[in-house]
Ligand binder design. Structure first.
Ligand SMILES: NC(=O)c1ccc[n+]([C@@H]2O[C@H](COP(=O)([O-])OP(=O)(O)OC[C@H]3O[C@@H](n4cnc5c(N)ncnc54)[C@H](O)[C@@H]3O)[C@@H](O)[C@H]2O)c1
Length: 357
């Protein structure tokens, strides 16, 4: 499947491919000068790297992507590009999950004030979320994504076969973003997820190609209207305000982001229904979906006070003494709700956690 998405200042060509063997032709056409590669990909798909050697493409290997998404690796990256005499018109190719593509995006955006970039995301989260929207970043100090830029790649190549080697829970963390995109868009989108649940679980390549393309288009349309997150882009935080609270109450044993978002979406739907914005059946529908998909929440600890404290200090809150939540009036109708009554929210969290456990 080939499609183009238009950003404010350029076009991004997106290609979806089912088999990794077909990537070789794409790489030849692209003719990148260098490639930044997540090591798990070079281990799982060694034939791609034999091709890099044949084409004389130098490789910058990333062994532990989230840990190496930092200033030290960035400096090594600049030396690597300089050594390879990379010019602004040369392509650099990034192959890996969201941490690798975020890092590569920041590197590309800052080297010589911006060089051409092709992303080949290899995790589901990377394919439906991190590669779209132009946000690039590295972590700094203990803060995730503190230093970054807005910079779009000119090409994105999605290969669904890469998803076959992802662990079950790593795969589900990407499904959370697909569910989120569907819920903030329309009944049709969430129905497509529900109708295809067995195929999604089996990682059926045809259904994955379709669902990934839909999810990309949804995120792109939202971002395109609001690149710098002043309005509609905030709706992409559906489930995330609660989710960040859940993540920060699990810092001792970090959990997968998508798992926090899955619980966060259930919380947001239940709260929306308790405030009489949406029918309670929507909460039941999403919690059944999440249950059927097989998320493992056994190691997750939910502490209402810690979640509430983190939500209260969220930098995305817009009004003093209130917490900005993205709630739903209906499937496809997200809106910003500023909760001023902290004790009501805290009491809700306590009840939700009791029922959830
Ligand atoms: N820029 C954005 O808009 C945006 C949006 C969401 C998330 N992110 C960022 O994305 C990152 C999370 O992305 P992620 O979940 O892809 O994490 P990740 O890149 O750390 O990858 C997760 C793990 O999967 C491995 N892996 C990658 N592809 C694989 C494959 N095909 N088979 C087997 N293993 C594979 C990696 O080596 C890693 O161990 C975070 O750094 C987050 O900040 C960015």
């Amino acid at each position: 499947m080939n499609f183009k998405i238009k950003t404010n200042d350029s076009n991004i060509c997106i290609k979806t491919i089912r088999e990794t063997k077909d990537l070789l032709e794409e790489i030849k056409v692209l003719d990148p000068k260098v490639a930044l590669v997540d090591k798990s990909i070079s281990e799982n798909y060694p034939f791609i790297f034999d091709e890099f050697k044949n084409l004389d493409i130098d490789i910058f290997a990333i062994t532990d992507p989230e840990t190496e998404k930092n200033l030290e690796t960035l400096e090594k990256g600049y030396y690597f590009l300089q050594k390879n005499n990379v010019q602004r018109t040369d392509f650099i190719l990034a192959i890996g999950g969201g941490a690798t593509t975020d890092f590569a995006g920041f590197l590309a955006s800052t080297f010589k004030r911006g060089i051409k970039l092709c992303l080949m995301p290899t995790t589901l989260l990377g394919q439906v979320d991190a590669c779209i929207g132009g946000k690039t970043a590295i972590n700094f100090g203990n803060i995730k994504n503190l230093v970054g830029s807005f910079y779009n790649p000119s090409e994105i190549i999605i290969c669904t076969e890469f998803l076959n080697t992802l662990g079950e829970q790593e795969y589900l963390t990407g499904i959370s973003e697909i569910i989120k995109h569907a819920l903030i868009t329309s009944d049709d989108e969430i129905s497509f997820v529900l109708e295809n649940i067995e195929n999604i679980k089996m990682r059926d390549q045809i259904v994955l190609e379709e669902i990934i393309s839909r999810s990309i288009s949804i995120k792109h349309n939202v971002v395109n209207e609001d690149f710098t997150e002043k309005g509609r882009r905030k709706f992409l935080n559906f489930g995330h305000t609660f989710g960040h609270g859940i993540e920060s109450s699990n810092l001792k044993k970090p959990m997968l982001h998508g798992h926090a978002v899955a619980i966060g979406m259930m919380m947001a739907l239940k709260y929306s229904s308790e405030l009489n914005f949406i029918e309670a059946s929507n909460y039941e529908m999403v919690s059944n979906l999440i249950k059927r998909l097989g998320y493992d929440f056994s190691e997750v600890s939910l502490n209402s006070n810690a979640i509430y404290a983190s939500m209260k200090s969220d930098k995305k809150n817009t009004e003093k003494d209130s917490i900005s939540l993205i709630l739903l009036k209906n499937v496809g109708e997200p809106f910003i709700y500023n909760e001023n009554d902290g004790s009501k929210l805290l009491e809700f969290l306590e009840r939700f956690i009791k029922d959830f456990e």
